[in-house]
Design a binder for this molecule. Sequence first.
Ligand SMILES: Cc1ncc(COP(=O)(O)O)c(C=O)c1O
Length: 412
Amino acid sequence: MQPVESNPISDSNDFNPNILPDKSRKTDFWSHLALSMAERSSKGLGRQVVVSRPVGPTTIERNGHLAINFGANDYLGLAWHPELIRAAYSNSSPPNKVGSGASPLITGHSQIHAELVSSIAAFEATESAIVFSSGYAANLGSLASLATKEDVIFSDSLNHACLIDGCRLSRARVLVYPHCDTDALRRLVQDHRHLGRFAFVVTDSVFSMDGDLAPLSEINGLCEEFDMQCVVDEAHATGVYGHFGRGLTEHLNVPSERMIRIGTLSKAVGCVGGFVAGNQLLIDWLTNHARSWIYSTAMTFPNTLAAIQALSLVHSMQDERKLLERKATSIRLKLNNLGFRVGSGTSPIIPVYLHDAVEVIEKCQRLLEQGIYVPAIRPPTVPAGTSLLRISLSAVHSEQELTQLVSAFQQL
Ligand SMILES: Cc1ncc(COP(=O)(O)O)c(C=O)c1O
């Protein structure tokens, strides 16, 4: 099998050789930027930040429109939970401080941070854990420090940008396999495993744009057969899958020996931050080598306190997890019946595929005018020709809000 050495998502990105600056002109750097931006916009690919005013657990205001929010990853509604808000903002919680003031190895790692580490290890049922300032930093720093240029990485073609960037930073040989295709992965591994001293399969567990699930049991089988580790990013699965909310590995009962499990506190957990949970040796390694942890200020106190509180709730939110799945199944069915091409599966991320970037923007705006916010996802976040509207559901969306969502799609 011919190996693919670059990731289609990130490499379809920002570099257009047709608009290279004219080297003979001195000011060309700025005209290059302007030209490049104009070209992006003309294709419907320009990005602009819009102020979203949070109004309630499922409501925002954007561009003057009050809308039901189907663009957040707050799958359990915890970002608005009174117990998290009390934990974060109550002045009675010591220490009465905002910033941690330093990176963890200097003075940033307080007793409260140590408590969060213990909470994550207990939540994940692992020996230890390490907390990063974001999920992005956790994936980036882990991959960059665990793999080296002596190694080989097999990476799913639709992996999240932070996994792609972590693979690149590691300087390992990266071979991309077609999305979730374990037959293709097997062939790639058979032909190329020998290239690496160590080998890794790297995958999201729930894919962030398509909402589908990685075949983790089969991947684990290949890891055992070919002596590889699997780095799995549970960002969208933490809190959502598994009886205790530990993610897809728990849901599928995948043995932990070959899994290096990364999660985020930023989605279902309702806060901000990323983590790796595993044995003490792994955590010691990351403590010594993960540069996005070593050289970055430890998380703020309010966020740390809220995350400890959140984890104690997420563990026992089985009813909310089931409710979320039922809502996701029902919305998929209803949109399918309306004739939309909708991503399959059970996750609360429901992509509605429309292909064309300009059309996606136009439909996003029409939904907003009907009081529904669903983000438009376009290249380079997804490969060219696969632009989509991404619905993210929360257990706290009411039945009435879901009915409004479906009828807004019906009117598109
Ligand atoms: C699959 C995946 N991994 C990691 C991240 C990064 O997590 P964080 O937002 O906590 O930095 C994201 C965020 O969108 C994601 O979708």
